[in-house]
Design a protein around this ligand. Structure first.
Ligand SMILES: CC(C)(COP(=O)(O)OP(=O)(O)OC[C@H]1O[C@@H](n2cnc3c(N)ncnc32)[C@H](O)[C@@H]1OP(=O)(O)O)[C@@H](O)C(=O)NCCC(=O)NCCS
Length: 183
């Protein structure tokens, strides 16, 4: 499926909130997000405040949101060297069709192209989120961390959590540098 990615505009707030509140996000600590919580998050700058940018994934031929990516911890301004993180959510019926891989490739290019001082780009995901972990591997991210029982679900069960990152140098050279856990 061909997609296009656009930066979220405030005129799209209702569509954004509808998309996120109508989904079931199984691997997140809050699988269902209420409209009220999203409104509060929106007002507090969660999507577009300092250090945060939000992008909408759309079908190439339709102005309908099929996914959302939120970049955060970007720091203050283009030259900040803080390591950014991201979250990605794709509409349930459209998962497993390659959209996640295309979208993360786009986002990685975006970060390293637009922020010259970013040396790393990272994210965490629950151990059993196989689709996300495959997307990381496909997009050049390496597993760097394993946090035992660090991820609670809505019922209070605890899961291990994995941490992945890609280095600017690997992105530039299209390489994957081995992580030396024994040093
Ligand atoms: C995680 C997510 C972004 C991945 O996007 P996607 O469009 O589904 O991913 P893709 O289709 O590009 O690739 C997924 C890969 O995982 C595989 N996969 C998907 N579900 C799987 C499962 N349950 N078990 C094993 N493999 C699975 C796909 O076959 C594909 O494998 P491939 O690389 O061999 O082709 C998407 O599934 C999603 O939005 N999930 C809910 C929100 C979420 O968990 N976000 C991540 C928060 S950290």
């Amino acid at each position: 499926m061909e997609i296009r990615i656009t930066e979220f505009r405030s005129s799209e707030k209702d569509q954004l909130i509808k998309f996120l509140s109508s989904g079931y996000w199984q691997f997140h600590s809050t699988p269902r997000i209420s409209k009220e919580k999203l409104e509060t998050q929106y007002e507090s700058g969660y999507f577009t405040g300092e250090g945060c940018r939000t992008f909408l994934i759309k079908d190439k031929n339709a102005d309908i949101i099929i996914g959302v990516m939120r970049l955060f911890d970007l720091g203050n301004g283009k030259d900040d060297d803080e390591t950014p993180l991201f979250d990605i959510k794709i509409k349930e019926e459209l998962r497993g069709k390659g959209i996640g891989k295309q979208a993360l490739k786009w986002l990685t290019d975006f970060v390293f192209t637009n922020y010259p001082n970013k040396l790393r780009f990272e994210a965490t995901t629950r151990i059993d989120n196989i689709a996300m972990r495959k997307v990381f591997e496909h997009c050049g991210f390496m597993k760097e961390a394993h946090y035992r029982l660090a991820w609670p679900d809505a019922e209070g069960n605890r899961y291990d959590c994995t941490g992945y990152a890609i280095l600017r140098s690997d992105w530039l050279n299209k390489t994957k540098t081995h992580v030396n856990f024994d040093s």
